[in-house]
Design a protein around this ligand. Sequence first.
Ligand code: COI
Length: 353
Amino acid sequence: MNISITKTTNPKQKPDQNDLGFGQYFTDHMFIMDYTEGKGWHDPRIVPYAPLELDPSCMVLHYGQAIFEGLKAYKTSKGEILLFRPEKNMERVNSSNDRLVIPRIDVDFGVKAIKELVKVDVDWIPDAPGTSLYIRPFIIATDPYLGVRPSNTYKFIIILSPVGAYYKEGINPVKIYVESNYVRAVKGGLGYAKTVANYASSLKAQVEAKHSGYTQVLWLDGIEKKYIEEVGTMNVFFKIDGEIITPSLEGSILPGITRMSTIELLKKSGIPVTERRISIEELYAAHAAGKLDEAFGTGTAAVISPIGEFNWNENSITVNEGKIGPVASKVYETITGIQSGDMEDAFGWTQKV
Ligand code: COI
């Protein structure tokens, strides 16, 4: 399928690269493609960034049939543009689509759409340290209908946002509130899929945690509230008594691409990672025994974020004296080095635009 391109006649002023924050500025163009039952995905196009016109009865507004992705484009010091494992994001689109009964998208075509859009808005890619162009593909159900069933029409849209660090802490450790009242997901639910509903259900706990001075919430499993799952914007890793542990993916945790890359990277460096269930009691017991050496989160938006403090049931512990540890530093330097083109990509993770 050919992607038609209509350029804006009214380009916007670009924001200051040193004050981007996360997700507040949007580029001049967006990609849109429609799905109609019987016809499939059709009419892929890049058009000027603009509000969407949607019927007030359209199904996404009522039943939340919507999924999204997040990935980034980086400008290297040689001026090349790199994407980090974009095919993995498109594969995850289809896993999320399957869960919400949304028709699949061809992975190669999805990557092509991302690259074409990034090329059109290439001047928007920031190059100050720690910045990138965040790419947000998403799909919404558009049938004007109020009965509960999967939609017969959809829109696949990609928008772009020049960003800095997701957390104001940057690479400094974040403070995490361990949630023991609300739950994010249960097995058999939506937890492994990148659906908008997962994020809607996280907001209440996040607001309460922020109110108490915490950056994010650490979710425990939805049944026993015992096993560690994820932070809503990142997967988590711990170093306990020399062993790197991350919760195993059992259906309720998002299979993060930075998580997968961190595991592959550490394994290649001869540092094995154990994927297993780990309870919050085990984490606190390890801390009490002086064996909790490091904790950090991984995610596209968050990159690698060390965790300096946990608060579980009003009992707060500090990890590595609130400083970033050697494993998180190594993973951060290697992954951001590969993404920005400053380090050799021995894994073949990046793709040129
Ligand atoms: C990402 O890392 O891209 C995410 O999806 C987190 C986002 C909800 C900010």
